[in-house]
Design a protein around this ligand. Structure first.
Ligand code: PEP
Ligand code: MG
Length: 763
């Protein structure tokens, strides 16, 4: 892709180059929806600028060894990284291109006001994960300012919170890029957010709209509580109107954004007329239909004309779609004695905790695990503290404010817009937050159980599915958090991450006579995970480091061969047979953990042929693991030979298989999964790859063993999940952030299957 492209030149398949935001803008523009025009500086421009200027190398050394849990250090280093990027001198050619695009966008005027947005891009990673982390610059005008804003957008990739997030989620800083859409500004009289469902309850029968005077930024910033409207999707009747008095608005005056007063007579006025609400809702439905997925849309009205500024999939689809909560303040139940506050319900969980009152960002260190974070309004700097909290209560903001969105993502309780939480609640008080109803109680009130619309402890799972949903897990420290979600187990626990965490080559331990120390360290990590998952199965996949990766471990150089092509080299089952030392230690660790936790099982990666599997099975047998009937022995199916001769592999004696779609796709299509140059040719939806998936699932079913999948594919392609379910796969394992949406997709796919079968039955 070019360095700079028009919205009209991109669509939804271009997220790698233009980010989720850019791709959606292109898609909407091409759908002829009323989108203000613009262009996008692609991630290619970012990558080539930061690498050719040597900036990346400097950032690498700035971040080396950084402990992100140290907020002061994190902030200093983040600033230093940002300085490096802001210093970049853009290549002349790129400068010229940006100037030309900006000039054309402005024509027939000379320099128009634009919004410079940013959108992180990452191969293989769902875009939503980065939402809200990067900066937007409004009212930018002039070619020089536009270029400065582009550099500032790039720099925002290294804001402290973004660095923290990537480290927490295990994303490589240097594989995440950034695209910058530059879009004509609309100076709206009224603007806001629309969800094509109820974002709090996930009820898909309605469209919810929040509206304020002036720029919509104040909604997400939470500094203004917006009007709240709900529209029935079938009848297009407005079912709820909750009009809130608005005293201040964000408007542009002389090029700067200013907070101005809303004149008195207007403060209590309905922000959008009924006609406009319905016009907007219809467009919302059209966009949702186009994407086949509920959308979160930013819109604006200027001079009576509607503009769609942005759309993205709703990222917090949770399993509680059947939940019905009270929808407006007027419908809240009668006041109880212990009721302290009312606000807007923002995340349907109920939680009790100690109040931690936060007046400014500087006080965030006060928040302890299990606290209720009480503040005027949160912003992205609050996220690390929000992760520790069980609930959030704010003075201001609506259901689409930062606090609300993040709480839903974290699955914690949240009540926003209470007006006076920071006055009424005091540090140390014990309170209960009912995020489904928007209520805050003193102490642990004996709420009638019937009144609890959704309680975390009750773990309501309206969507039971026959196909199991597993998660791919990497880091032990994330296990408790992920185990609290609606998952049936861990379908892939990659040993590599634990080995990397231990940091020393396993053979170095052996050489130093510290075999037991290694086994102990590995067992510790494993125990944390299997313990968190209780009785749910955890599939530990034995080490599949390649020689180049093993070399990165301390002492690694000495033990690893030099290979031209490690991806096809000394890895997987063959290693265990050729030199069983490391594998044997892994087996020891499994054995010791299984003494307490029988939910731990073993999977073998990268098995090239049937005799390799037999030889590895023998090692497992010698370790005594098969003595326990509950122990499961799985093999990954990730080499074409596995698919072709699957029945022979099964005969060796395995309880289950799991499709490694990453390697399998690479090997069927002959396309290096890590090579940027051929990335466009790598797709799990290729017909040949789908043929293999289907054959594998059907063969496993016929042989009576379980079949799972644990590559990236189902985390990215819902349509693949649907197919796998229809072929009869036993389980699907996805990344943590795809858990909720995948449960929904599985549920829908199973539902369709049942309906189809019934209809056939009636024929
Ligand atoms: C795969 O190949 O699909 C897989 C899950 O294993 P890895 O990505 O670790 O090679
Ligand atoms: Mg693999």
């Amino acid at each position: 892709m070019e360095d700079v492209v028009w919205f009209s030149e991109v669509g939804k398949d271009d997220t790698k180059s233009v980010g989720g935001k850019g791709a959606n803008l292109g898609e909407l523009y091409n759908l002829k929806l009323p989108v203000p025009n613009g262009f996008i500086v692609t991630s290619q421009a970012y990558f080539s600028s930061v690498s050719s200027s040597g900036t990346l190398d400097r950032i690498r050394s700035i971040l080396y060894g950084l402990d992100v849990e140290n907020p002061l250090l994190l902030e200093t280093k983040a600033k230093a990284c940002q300085q490096e990027i802001k210093k970049i001198k853009l290549q002349t050619l790129l400068q010229k291109k940006i100037d030309k695009f900006y000039e054309k966008l402005s024509a027939p005027q000379r320099s128009v006001f634009v919004a410079v947005r940013s959108s992180a891009t990452a191969e293989d990673l769902p875009q939503a994960s980065f939402a809200g982390q990067q900066s937007t610059f409004l009212n930018v005008r002039g070619a020089r300012e536009v270029k400065e804003a582009i550099l500032a957008s790039w720099a925002s990739l290294f804001e402290a919170r973004a660095i923290f997030y990537r480290v927490q989620e295990n994303f490589d800083h240097f594989r995440v890029g950034i695209a910058v859409p530059v879009q004509k500004m609309v100076q709206p009289e009224v603007s806001g957010v629309m969800f094509t469902l109820d974002p709090v309850t996930n009820n898909k029968d309605k469209i919810t709209i929040e509206a304020i005077f002036g720029l919509g930024e104040l909604i997400v910033a939470g500094s203004v509580t917006p009007d709240h409207y709900e529209i029935d999707k079938r009848s297009f009747k407005i079912t709820i109107k909750n009009i809130v008095s608005q005293e201040k608005q964000l408007v542009k005056t002389k090029g700067a954004n200013k907070i101005l007063a809303v004149s008195k007579p207007f403060q209590r006025v309905q922000k959008l007329s009924d006609d406009k609400l319905i016009e907007l809702a219809r467009i919302g439905q059209k966009i949702e239909k186009h994407y086949y997925f509920p959308q979160d849309i930013e819109w604006a009205y200027k001079g009576g004309k509607l503009y769609i500024v942005q759309t993205r999939p709703v990222t917090t689809l949770t399993q509680n779609s059947k939940l019905k909560t009270q929808n407006s303040r007027s419908q809240l139940p009668p006041t109880s004695n212990q009721l302290l506050l009312r606000g807007a319900p923002a995340s349907p969980v109920i939680a009790t905790g100690r109040v931690s009152l936060i007046k400014s960002k500087k006080e965030l260190y006060k928040v302890q695990k299990g606290d209720v974070l009480v503040t005027e309004m949160t912003n992205p700097d609050f996220v690390p503290a929000m992760k520790k909290a069980v609930a959030i209560v704010t003075d201001r903001g609506g259901r689409t404010s930062h606090a609300a969105i993040v709480s839903r993502e974290l699955g914690i309780a949240c009540v926003v817009g209470t007006g006076e939480a920071t006055k009424k609640l005091k540090d140390g008080m014990i309170i209960t937050v009912d995020g489904a109803k928007g209520l805050v109680f003193k102490g642990k009130p004996a709420i009638d159980k019937k009144d609890l619309a959704f309680s975390k402890n009750k773990n309501l799972k309206p969507h039971k599915t026959a196909t199991k949903l597993y998660v791919n897990l990497a880091e032990p420290y994330l296990a408790p958090q992920i185990a609290a979600k609606d998952v049936d187990g861990v379908g892939l626990l990659r040993a590599e991450f634990m080995l990397a965490q231990i940091g020393v080559h396993p053979k170095k331990f052996l050489e130093d006579g510290q075999k037991n120390k290694f086994i102990e360290k590995l067992s510790q990590g494993l125990s944390t995970i299997v313990h968190a998952f209780g009785r749910r199965p955890v599939i530990y996949r034995a080490s599949d480091l390649k020689s180049n990766e093993y070399k990165g471990l301390k002492g690694g150089d000495k033990f690893e061969p030099k290979e031209a092509n490690p991806m096809l080299g000394y890895r997987g089952a063959f290693r265990y047979i050729k030199d069983p030392d490391i594998f044997k230690m892994e087996l020891e660790a499994i054995k010791s953990v299984r003494e307490k936790h029988s939910n731990l099982h073993l999977m073998i990666p990268y098995v090239r042929n049937v005799s390799e599997l037999a030889a590895v099975r023998k090692l497992v047998e010698e370790a005594g693991l098969f003595k326990d009937d509950y122990f499961k022995f799985w093999m990954m199916v990730e080499i074409p030979s596995n698919a072709i001769l699957l029945n022979q592999f099964i005969k060796v004696g395995i309880d289950g298989i799991s499709i490694g779609s990453n390697d399998l796709t690479m090997l069927i299509l002959g396309t290096d999964r890590d090579n940027e140059e051929v990335a466009s040719e790598f797709t799990e939806l290729d017909e040949a790859v789908l043929w293999a998936f289907k054959k594998i699932v059907k063969t496993a079913n016929a042989a009576g063993i379980t079949c799972s999948i644990c590559g990236q594919a189902p985390s990215i392609y819902p349509e693949l999940t649907e197919k796998l379910v229809s072929w009869g796969i036993t389980s699907i394992s996805v990344n943590p952030d795809a858990i909720d949406s995948t449960r929904e997709i599985i549920y829908q796919a199973e539902h369709e299957l049942v309906t189809r079968n019934q209809n056939h039955g009636n024929d």
